[in-house]
Design a binder for this molecule. Structure first.
Ligand code: FES
Ligand code: FES
Length: 161
């Protein structure tokens, strides 16, 4: 199968890979460049665990053609922490017990980051809407919503990076 070159920025680093026609971004991230933080759940756009940010907006990477990332900036959960310093959202998820199996967590974090980057003081309803495409089978959503609201409150003490 023909392969095409793809160049993009991933969590601050330039990436150059070859992709196949029709290959999705999730596959390129996980197998092509070894970022295992975006998870494969349904592969059909219904669970949200593969969510990554492209130029700051959330996208379902399982449904995104890799070639659409050409020249763009992709952010995954691997890009959230700064060294050993957790991103405020990651810290808030821990403090609020917002992860059990953790499979949904990367997608939740990316949806939440996009929200807080655009709306630093979201209402509860804003949070609910922002994560409405992300399914969690473990926590019942309340700890996740509380974590995102707590992270928003801690703004000022932290940068969302
Ligand atoms: S794996 Fe992409 S939405 Fe489920
Ligand atoms: S913590 Fe298990 S699916 Fe959300």
């Amino acid at each position: 199968m023909a392969k095409k070159p793809l160049h993009f920025h991933l969590n601050g680093a330039e990436k150059a890979v070859f992709v196949e026609d029709g290959q999705n971004l999730l596959d390129v991230l996980r197998r092509g460049v070894g970022d295992l933080t975006p998870k494969y759940g349904c592969g059909q756009g219904t669970c949200g665990t593969c969510t990554v940010l492209i130029d700051g907006d959330p996208h379902l990477s399982c449904l995104t053609l890799a070639e659409n990332a050409e020249g763009r900036t992709v952010t995954t959960t691997a890009g959230l922490a700064t060294g050993n310093q957790l991103h405020p959202l990651q810290a808030a998820f821990m403090e609020n017990f917002a992860a059990q199996c953790g499979y949904c967590t990367p997608g939740m974090l990316m949806a939440a980051k996009s929200l807080l980057d655009k709306n630093p003081s979201p209402s509860r309803q804003d949070v609910v809407e922002a994560i409405s495409g992300n399914i969690c089978r473990c926590t019942g959503y309340e700890p996740i919503i509380n974590a995102i609201l707590d992270a928003a409150k801690s703004r000022g003490a932290h940068s969302y990076g």
